[in-house]
Each structure stands twice: as structure tokens, then as C-alpha cells.
Design a protein around this ligand. Structure first.
Ligand code: HEC
Ligand code: HEC
Length: 409
């Protein structure tokens, strides 16, 4: 079975020219420059790459980021990873009327290009006043000549078209550059029969898929796509996990209306059950989750093990997560009725034995570290921290991984 899937995977990879470091198209090369250009922000200090760091899997190193004209405005949402998004689509409703796809935590952008227009004008991010001011900066950039070569020397006289071209170019970069879809994690090597999980990773993988235990794969898809594409660990759907508020309910920030997530999207707003979807956010891919520093849409957790423990004991020990208001708040009142309480790993009662015990959580953690792309596996293991330790195991396994393993099976 392993060998059959190797064939399917290689065929898919060839068709999609993944990991092909051959030169990017002129558009994508230009996109690379724009992505890293801080002169396109009002502060002159921020580019896409300031928040989406390559070494964090194109997520941020701290979750919530500062931005704005003076770099003093704090964003309210976690900075997601930009890897493995390139095949995502605009939001649509599936046969069951469920919202699937879309970019951002609430799915509001229909494509990478549509997404790329927002940060330039977001007052808490790159904070330009309008498209024309971005285009004026672009026309003075060191690569302005390349831009003209692609779009014509008169492009600067049409700021709307120039702005749209710039967002297309950014989408090309994120689509073409192999960094955004390497598929070379230990997990991928195991799926190709070129490496093996250790015992903890193997147990974690089983728990991840077990519908009675982790049931993680119900949303974080672990199956190949119909075209043989490797699993992305998301079904691009939306759910309300009852993520605790970041601010204790007494602070000014918590008096803001709660973040409603996907129910503000026009496609969802039109549905009869729209209100029940308030508080739902997009299922993120779990590829490279072990190198992220903040978790969930509001970045409430900064430790991956806490994030997993939350899944395990949200319902059996709610006080741990919602009780200590100095640390975390509860779920905003207006969104409480919408929290998913039916699906495993949820649906237990306070005081019951959790479905996932401490050992299971460690095993799930060990499995999640196998989803780290090879370029992100830390070089030096620090003795502290279970993720670092688990990454050391991944590194070891990646060293011994070779096609011989498959041949000898
Ligand atoms: C100040 C930090 C910051 C900057 C600068 C920034 N981003 Fe983001 N990015 C975020 C945050 C936060 C989100 C999530 C926002 C939301 O969901 O409402 C995000 C979301 C995204 C997404 C959607 C990911 C998904 O899972 O749907 C893409 C794509 C993206 N950014 C690309 C870019 C590009 C391209 C640029 C430069 C034009 C950029 N970002 C600049 C912080 C930033
Ligand atoms: C019912 C669907 C569903 C199930 C089942 C599920 N998840 Fe999630 N997961 C989500 C959604 C939705 C989010 C984002 C929620 C948010 O930010 O409000 C998420 C976020 C995460 C994150 C944070 C990632 C990030 O970048 O912020 C981790 C880690 C995670 N899930 C791991 C797991 C594991 C491990 C399991 C199994 C024990 C699991 N999930 C089961 C839907 C699910």
C-alpha cells in the first residue's frame, strides 16, 4: 500500500512541479520583492515578511502583531501561516450548506490576490490611506522598471489597475515559490515509505485519526485529495471551538463586540442558521504548527501543548480554561450557544475522565512535530520544552530517511 501511494504522490508532484527550484516567473520574482519591501507601508518599517516570517513557516513569531503609521496599533487576530494555501478557493457552500474555503480567519477574501490588497490599507497594518498612495510608493521602488516591463510604462497613470496588478504579482509569488508547499516533512517522507515514525509519533498519528479519541482528522483532513495530493490537515471549513477570550471581561478591550468570525461573510449572512455560525473560524492547516508561537484565531495560547490540552479537557475541566479570569476569559456570552459540543474530542461532562490523557497529549504533540517542513526543523535542540525534544527526534529520523528504507520493506 505504501508503494502504491508513493507512485500516486510522485505523479501528483510531477504534475504540479512542486519543490522545483527552477526560476520563478517574472511575476513571481517581482512578487518576492514586493513581499519583502518595507517602503510600501505608511511607517516605512513593515512589509508582508515582517509579520509572515519564513522561519516561522510564514506565520509570525508572536501571533498578534503591531502595525499602523507609528507601529503602535495592535492587531486583534493571530497571524496565520501562508504555507499550503495555494490551492484554497473562494468561500462556497457545499451540498450540506456548510461554508468551505476563503482566505483570512473569517474567509472574507476570495483569493490570494484579493487578500493581498488588504494589509496595505489596513490601519493596524501597513496603514496606507488609499491605493494611489501605495502605487506612488511602488513607482519609486528599486524594481519599478520591472513592474513597467510587465504592465506597461503607462501603468502608473492607472492606480487601480496598478494596485490590482501588484496583488496578482503577490499571489503568483505565494503560488509559485516552493517554500509555500514543500511537502518534505517527516510525515511526507513516511507517507512515501522513505522514513518511519517513532513509537510516540505512531501512537499520536493513530489518536489523531481515531474517531473515538482525538478525531482531529474530522476537520484537519489527513487523507489525500481526490487527485492524489498530499493531505493538507484542513478541510477549509469553519467551527466554533469555544476558544477562551484573550482579555479578562473587565478590560476595555473585552467590552468591544466579540469577534464574530465567519457569520459576517455575505454568503453565510444570507443563510437561515447564520447566527449559529457566529464565533466560528477557519480550520487552519496543521502543517508546521510546531514552529508557530501562538495558536487559535485570537492567539490565546502560546504553547502548543496547552492548545492540545484544551481540546482534551475543555469540557471535563472547564475551570482550567475559563475559570481564572486573570488569565483567560470565558467565551463571549453572545457566542456561547454556538460552541461545538457534539463532536469528539468534545461532548463530555465536567469531572469525567477525558478521552485523551496526558500521555495521549504528548503523543499527539510528537505526531504534530512530524508535520514540520524540512527547512524549518530547528538545527539546535534546546533541552527545555517538549516540542524541541520532539523536533530532535524528527531531525534524527530525517537524517536516516533514505529511499533504501522503502526498497527494503
Ligand atoms: C501587521 C502584520 C501583517 C502584515 C504586515 C501582513 N499580514 Fe497577512 N495576516 C496577518 C493577520 C493578523 C492575518 C489574519 C487576519 C484575519 O484573519 O482577519 C493575516 C492573513 C493573511 C492571509 C490569509 C491566510 C489564510 O489562512 O487565509 C494571507 C494570504 C496573508 N495574510 C498574506 C499577506 C500579504 C501578501 C501581506 C503583504 C501585502 C501581508 N499578509 C501582510 C498579519 C499581517
Ligand atoms: C470540529 C472540527 C475540529 C476538530 C475535531 C479539531 N479541530 Fe483543531 N481546529 C479547528 C478550528 C476551527 C481551529 C481554529 C479555531 C479558532 O481559532 O477559533 C483549530 C485550530 C487548531 C490548532 C491551532 C492551530 C493554529 O495555527 O492556530 C491546533 C494545534 C489544532 N487545531 C489541533 C487539533 C488537534 C490535535 C485535534 C484533535 C485532538 C483537533 N485540532 C481537532 C477545528 C477542529
Amino acid at each position: 500500500m505504501v508503494l502504491v501511494s508513493v507512485g500516486v504522490w510522485l505523479g501528483w508532484q510531477q504534475r504540479h512541479r512542486l519543490n522545483d527550484d527552477a526560476a520563478l516567473s517574472a511575476q513571481a520574482q517581482l512578487g518576492h520583492q514586493i513581499f519583502h519591501d518595507t517602503s510600501l507601508s505608511a511607517s516605512g518599517q513593515q512589509s508582508c515578511a515582517s509579520c509572515h516570517l519564513k522561519e516561522s513557516g510564514h506565520a509570525s513569531a508572536r501571533g498578534l502583531e503591531l502595525g499602523g503609521p507609528d507601529m503602535k496599533s495592535l492587531g486583534t487576530r493571530n497571524t496565520p501561516s501562508l504555507r499550503y494555501l495555494w490551492q484554497n478557493t473562494a468561500m462556497h457552500l457545499n451540498d450540506e450548506g456548510k461554508a468551505i474555503g476563503g482566505f483570512f480567519w473569517d474567509g472574507r477574501a476570495d483569493s490570494l490576490a484579493a487578500q493581498a490588497g488588504e494589509p496595505f490599507l489596513n490601519p493596524a497594518e501597513m496603514a496606507n490611506t488609499d491605493k494611489a498612495s501605495v502605487v506612488a510608493k511602488l513607482s519609486r521602488a528599486s524594481y519599478a522598471r520591472e513592474f513597467e516591463q510587465l504592465f506597461g510604462a503607462t501603468i502608473w497613470q492607472q492606480p487601480d489597475q496598478a494596485f490590482a496588478a501588484m496583488t496578482q504579482v503577490l499571489a503568483s509569488y505565494q503560488t509559485e515559490d516552493p517554500d509555500f508547499h514543500r511537502f518534505d516533512s517527516l510525515f511526507d517522507q513516511v507517507m512515501q515509505g522513505r522514513a518511519r515514525f517513532n513509537a510516540a509519533q505512531e501512537r499520536g498519528w493513530a489518536l489523531f485519526k481515531d474517531p473515538e479519541k482525538g478525531n482531529c482528522a474530522a476537520c484537519h483532513t489527513a487523507e489525500r485529495g481526490p487527485d492524489g495530493s498530499p493531505p493538507l490537515f484542513t478541510d477549509n471549513s469553519y467551527d466554533n471551538l469555544g476558544v477562551p477570550m484573550v482579555f479578562p471581561p473587565t478590560t476595555a478591550a473585552s467590552r468591544q463586540p466579540p469577534d464574530a468570525g465567519v457569520c459576517t461573510h455575505p454568503l453565510v449572512r444570507g443563510q437561515a442558521n447564520a447566527n449559529t455560525l457566529c464565533g466560528s473560524f477557519k480550520v487552519p492547516s496543521l502543517r508546521n504548527v510546531a514552529v508557530r508561537r501562538a495558536f487559535f484565531h485570537n492567539a490565546v495560547f502560546t504553547d502548543l501543548r496547552d492548545t492540545l490540552a484544551f481540546y482534551a479537557t475543555r469540557d471535563t475541566d472547564p475551570k482550567r480554561w475559563y475559570g481564572t479570569l486573570t488569565r483567560w476569559g470565558g467565551v463571549p456570552k453572545s457566542l456561547r450557544a454556538n460552541v461545538n459540543r457534539d463532536e469528539v474530542p468534545y461532548g463530555q461532562r465536567a469531572g469525567e475522565q477525558p478521552r485523551l490523557n496526558e500521555q495521549d497529549i504528548d503523543d499527539l504533540l510528537a505526531f504534530l512535530t512530524t508535520l514540520t517542513d524540512a527547512d524549518l526543523v530547528p538545527r539546535s535542540a534546546s533541552p527545555a520544552g517538549s516540542v524541541a525534544a520532539a523536533n530532535a527526534v524528527v531531525r534524527g529520523a530525517q537524517r536516516v530517511a533514505s529511499p533504501m528504507v522503502a526498497a527494503n520493506r
